[in-house]
Design a protein around this ligand. Sequence first.
Ligand code: 13P
Ligand code: MG
Ligand code: MG
Length: 386
Amino acid sequence: MRVTISVIKADIGAIGGHTMPSAEILGIVRDRVERERKKLLIDAFVCHTGDDIAMIMTHAKGQDSPDVHQLAWDALIKATDKAKSQGLYGAGQDLLKEAFSGNVRGLGPGSAEIELDERPSEAFMVTLGDKCGPGAFNLPLYLAFADPMYSPGLMLSEGLHDGFTFHIMDMDHTEGDRVIVLEAPERLYDIASLLRDTNRYAIEAIWSRKYPNEQAAAVGTTRLRNIAGRYVGKDDPPAVIRVQKIFPATEEFGPAFAVAPFVGGDTRGSHNLPLMPVPMNTPASTFFCCPMVSALGFSMHDGILTAPVDLFADPFWNQVRDRIAEKAIEMRRQGFFEPAMLPMSELEYGGIVARLRKLDPEFAVRNGQGITAATREAAVTADDPD
Ligand code: 13P
Ligand code: MG
Ligand code: MG
């Protein structure tokens, strides 16, 4: 059977800051999705990671279905009314456009979709990020799909041995999608050269090479700042990742996520901290909104989902999280100092730009006679934008 898995995710308000949605707004999204499920969908599951609500839906309408996207948009709009009436922080934060225009992409919510011919045992994961950008998944996905040190299936299984094709998005290009397609392992170093820059390049999709019609992964690459033109919140990407048989095994992703690379995000979306794997429905951390990712494992038959396995909830992850927390605490000790705070290129959508513009006239070029109080005064009063 041909089935599409669509994950649509947004922050429409949270309790007491950027923490987690209220039970009431989650309930509204669940009810709306459940009501429409009978008409449009095969199955659905709703949960949250930090302050983002995720709708995981299966259906036969194909990728980019206006009906399915509209369903998700309407559920978010409806729940935003409640978020406003509850005084939730950032009510409607990720709904950046007034009107729905056929697809949530470009409107604010994150989305990741895969259309597939269901295998007899269709197994997949959904990973949900909070307080991070789309590039946050670059390293774990690279390690799981291209590095035999982490993904022994590349050596041990004929289905994986030919490698995978990486579709990588240039997120700085705002006039349309700018994508490069590179095959691993031949182009491994080129792939690495791009993926290291998580603020600019993000994996958008991964495909099997041995079975070129089989998509392995889809990642949401929406950048809110590109839509809003200013910082309104972090992008908080979702991903759908198929696992087992011709794809890496579920457990091959574990050590890759346990690396917890430093990624841009966390407080005010302006810092670097490690990406912490957390259980489903975890509130954002008051420790500086450390970036987080939850992972849900599903089996599916005729589009009908099992209940999910909470993939970062088993006891092993407690020790991993302790180590990642130490990494985060150590980085926070240096406060505003780079790389704890992001480089200027990433801050240019925030308030620091205006502040630096105000400082600019206070600079003076030394002219051999030194800077006098008078020249400094003249510099301060000249060109003051206020
Ligand atoms: P969210 O994108 O999760 O809303 O976080 C925004 C933020 O600025 C947290 O400090
Ligand atoms: Mg928020
Ligand atoms: Mg969020």
